[in-house]
Design a protein around this ligand. Structure first.
Ligand code: FES
Length: 98
C-alpha cells in the first residue's frame, strides 16, 4: 500500500510513494528496540528511551547516535521486492518500479 508499511518479521518499514519504494530499518540505533511510525507526527519514535527520527530516519531527539539505516531494493524474478540488509544506501535512495 501507499505510505509507510511496517513489516514485523524483518523489522523494516517499506515506504511506497506511487511507483517508488524505499526501505528504512525499524531498529533503533540506541540499543536496538523496534521503532514505531507515528503518522500524525510524521516521525519514527522509539518506545524504549524516547529517541525520535524524522521521516528520512535522521535522529532529532533522545539518545540515538545515528539515523535509521536505509537498505537497497531489487525485484525478484517472481515479482517480490527484495531488501538487501547487508548494504546501506543514503536517504536520497528511491527504487522505481515500472
Ligand atoms: Fe531506542 Fe533506546 S533503544 S531510544
Amino acid at each position: 500500500p501507499e505510505g509507510v508499511n511496517f513489516v514485523p518479521a524483518f523489522r523494516l518499514f517499506v515506504i511506497r510513494e506511487r511507483n517508488q519504494f524505499h526501505v528504512i530499518s525499524a531498529t533503533c540505533t540506541h540499543l536496538g528496540c523496534t521503532t514505531e511510525w507515528k503518522a500524525k507526527e510524521g516521525e519514527f519514535q522509539c518506545p524504549c528511551h524516547g529517541s525520535k527520527f524524522k521521516a528520512d530516519g535522521q535522529p532529532f531527539a533522545g539518545p540515538a547516535p545515528r539515523g535509521l539505516a536505509w537498505y537497497p531494493l531489487s525485484v525478484s524474478g517472481d515479482g517480490f521486492l527484495v531488501v538487501d540488509s547487508g548494504k546501506s544506501v543514503p536517504p536520497t535512495y528511491r527504487f522505481a518500479v515500472a
